[in-house]
Design a protein around this ligand. Structure first.
Ligand SMILES: NC(=O)C1=CN([C@@H]2O[C@H](COP(=O)(O)OP(=O)(O)OC[C@H]3O[C@@H](n4cnc5c(N)ncnc54)[C@H](O)[C@@H]3O)[C@@H](O)[C@H]2O)[C@@H](O)CC1
Ligand SMILES: [K+]
Length: 513
C-alpha cells in the first residue's frame, strides 16, 4: 500500500471532499468515529478516566468528535483545548459548537497553570497536532507534552503522536508526546518506519477513512508498505509441465575457514525457496560440510581455506555472493577479477559488500539491477554517513540511481530501494536478529531470481517471506530460541500463509529491535 507524504495526504483529503460529495465535516466525523469505535471496543464502558487533549486545527477537530462520542456513551471524560493559537479551523469550530450543544464545555489550557491532574491509570487521547505540524511545539505546549510524558499513562495518538513530523526528522526529542498506540488515517506514515523514531510510539495501525483511491494512485507515490495482498500478486504459480530446469540454477559463492556455515545456510535457503538447481562454490575445507548438510546441492571448490581463484564451471542463472567469504587479500583480488568478468545477475551480501566498499570502482562493473543486502554498518561503509534516517533513505536512493542497483537495507522495517521507489517490509520481528539470518535472506533472494522473479520483486518477496517466518514461528517458539535454521523451517508456512485470507493486517505490533 502507498505511503503518502504530508502534502499528498492533504491533497487526497481535498480531492476526496471535491470528488465524493462528502463535506470535510462529514469526513472528519467518519474518521474520528472510527477512532471512538476502536477505543469503545477496547474499553467496553469501563469507568476509566479519559483526558482528550485537542489542538486548534483539524487534529483537534478529531479530538472534539471523539470527546462527543465518549460523553454520549457515558464515559468519564474531560476534554481540553490546548490553546496554542487563535487560528481555529472551520472543522474545529463546528465540532467545538457541537460539543457545547450537548452541554459539554471543554477546559481551555492557556498556560502551565492550567495543566490538569492526570494519573498513570488514566487514558490520554492525543489530538494536539497531526499532519499539519510545521515546526516543533514550543512554550506551554512543549511543557504539556513533557508533563504528559512524565506520567506515562496509556496514550492513544490520533493520526500521529503530537510533535512527530510525517516526513522529516524530529529536532528536539522533548517535543514529541509519546504514544502507546497510534490510530493513523488512510496510509502508514514514513515516520513510523524509521528506527530514529522508535521512542515515540509502541504500536500503530491504519484506519481506512475512504480517501479517493484513484486520486491517490494518480499521485504516483514512490513510497510503499508491502502487505500480503500485494505480495500474493508477485507469486509465480508453477505450471504442470514445468521441470527443474524451468526454475533456474542458483550458485552461492562464499565461505572461509570458520565461516562455512554462512554459505551452507544460503545454499539451503536457495534450495528451500524453490530454485531448480543449486550449486555452492566455496573453499576446499568446506566441501564435506556442505555435501553432508545439503545433499541436494552440487559443490565446486576453490583454494584450501579461503576463496582465491573464482574459477567455477557451474552454468548458473544467478549468483549470490558474499556469505562468510572473508576479506583477505587473495580473496579481494579474486573477487575483483570475478566482478570485472561476470555478466550474470548478482545478489551481493556481507563480505562481498565490504570488498565493494574497499574498491568502489568495482561498482561500475555490476550488472544492472544487482541486489545488495547491507545492514546499516555495511551501508555506511558503502555510501558514507548520514545525519538522520530520512537522509539515509535519500542517500541510498541516489546511490541506487547512480549505479542502477537494488538496495535492501536490513533492519526492523527492511526497506528495498531502487531508482524510483522504496518498499518498506511489513513482516518480521526481533527474533530475526540472530546469526546467519542475513545469509538465509541472500539465499532466498538468489533462489527467487533463479526462478525468474525480477530482481526487485525477488527482493520484496524474499524479504517479506523471511520476516513472515519469524511472525509465524513466534507463537510456537520464542524470540530467543529462533535461529537462522528456524527461518528455513518456517519458510513453507510463510509461503502457504499467502493463500490464507484470514488476515491482511495493516498494523504494526512488533517491539523494537
Ligand atoms: N478533512 C480533512 O482534511 C481531515 C483531516 N483530518 C485531521 O486533520 C489533521 C490535519 O489537520 P490540520 O492540517 O488542521 O493540522 P493539525 O491539526 O495537525 O495542526 C494544527 C495547526 O497548527 C499549526 N501548527 C503547526 N505546527 C505548530 C506548532 N509547532 N506550534 C503551533 N502551531 C503549529 C498549523 O498551522 C496547523 O494548521 C490530520 O492529522 C487529521 O487528524 C481527519 O479529520 C481526516 C479528515
Ligand atoms: K495527534
Amino acid at each position: 500500500m502507498f505511503i503518502l507524504n504530508s502534502h499528498q495526504i492533504a491533497a487526497a483529503d481535498q480531492a476526496t471532499i471535491n470528488s465524493n460529495n462528502i463535506s470535510s465535516i462529514d469526513l472528519m466525523e467518519h474518521a474520528a468515529k472510527q477512532c471512538f469505535n476502536w477505543l469503545h471496543n477496547q474499553l467496553q464502558n469501563q469507568n476509566i478516566k479519559i483526558h482528550v487533549f485537542c489542538g486548534i486545527g483539524n487534529n483537534g477537530g478529531d479530538g472534539l468528535v471523539i470527546a462527543r462520542y465518549l460523553y454520549e456513551n457515558g464515559y468519564n471524560i474531560t476534554c481540553y483545548i490546548v490553546n496554542f493559537s487563535e487560528k481555529r479551523t472551520k472543522e474545529f469550530l463546528v465540532n467545538y459548537n457541537r460539543l457545547k450543544e450537548i452541554g459539554k464545555w471543554p477546559t481551555i489550557i492557556n498556560s502551565e497553570n492550567d495543566f490538569p491532574e492526570v494519573a498513570f491509570e488514566d487514558i490520554v487521547i492525543d489530538t494536539i497536532f497531526g499532519n499539519g505540524l510545521t515546526r516543533s511545539p514550543e512554550g506551554f505546549t512543549k511543557e504539556l507534552i513533557n508533563y504528559l510524558n512524565s506520567i506515562k499513562a496509556f496514550t492513544l495518538a490520533i493520526d500521529l503522536p503530537s510533535g512527530l513530523f510525517t516526513d522529516t526528522s524530529v529536532i528536539d526529542k522533548e517535543t514529541v508526546l509519546k504514544a502507546s498506540h497510534v490510530l493513523t488515517f488512510q496510509t502508514p506514515k514514513l515516520a513510523f518506519l524509521l528506527p530514529e523514531n522508535s521512542d515515540f510510539f509502541e504500536t500503530w495501525e491504519v484506519l481506512d477513512i475512504g480517501l479517493d483511491s484513484n486520486f491517490i494512485k494518480s499521485l504516483n507515490p514512490t513510497l510503499n508498505y508491502t502487505i500480503k495482498s500485494e505480495i500474493l500478486q508477485l507469486y509465480k504459480p508453477r505450471k504442470k509441465w514445468s521441470h527443474k530446469g524451468t526454475f533456474g540454477h542458483a550458485l552461492i559463492i562464499g565461505g572461509s575457514f570458520g565461516k562455512i556455515g554462512a554459505v551452507t545456510l544460503a545454499t539451503k535457503a536457495a534450495l528451500k525457496i524453490g530454485s531448480g538447481l543449486v550449486s555452492a562454490y566455496l573453499p576446499k575445507c568446506g566441501y564435506p560440510v556442505l555435501q553432508i548438510a545439503v545433499p541436494e546441492a552440487m559443490v565446486e571448490v576453490d583454494n584450501d581455506t579461503s576463496l582465491e581463484y573464482f574459477n567455477f564451471k557451474t552454468n548458473a542463472t544467478v549468483i549470490g555472493i558474499g556469505p562468510g567469504m572473508g576479506t583477505v587479500e587473495k580473496t579481494a583480488n579474486g573477487f575483483e577479477r570475478f566482478i570485472k568478468e561476470n555478466k550474470l545477475p548478482l545478489v551481493i551480501d556481507a563480505d562481498a559488500i565490504n570488498l565493494l566498499s574497499q574498491n568502489k570502482s568495482l561498482l561500475n562493473f555490476l550488472p544492472k539491477n544487482t541486489v545488495l543486502t547491507p545492514h546499516p554498518k555495511e551501508l555506511e561503509r558503502l555510501i558514507g554517513t548520514w545525519k538522520n534516517d530520512f537522509e539515509r533513505l535519500e542517500k541510498t536512493t541516489d546511490f541506487s540511481k547512480k549505479h542502477d542497483l537494488i538496495m535492501v537495507i536490513k533492519g526492523a522495517h527492511t526497506v528495498i530501494i531502487d531508482s524510483t521507489s522504496k518498499y518498506f517490509n511489513s513482516t518480521g520481528n526481533p527474533a530475526l536478529a540472530t546469526a546467519g539470518s542475513g545469509d538465509v535472506l541472500t539465499g532466498i533472494i538468489t533462489g527467487l531470481i533463479a526462478q525468474g522473479y525480477e530482481p526487485i520483486n525477488a527482493a520484496i518477496f524474499g524479504v517479506y517471506l523471511h520476516g513472515k517466518t519469524a511472525d509465524i514461528a513466534i507463537s510456537e517458539t520464542s524470540y530467543e530460541t529462533f535461529t537462522a535454521s528456524s527461518i528455513l523451517k518456517y519458510l513453507p508456512n510463510a509461503l502457504l500463509d499467502l493463500f490464507n485470507k484470514d488476515d491482511n493486517l495493516i498494523e504494526n505490533n512488533k517491539s523494537d529491535i
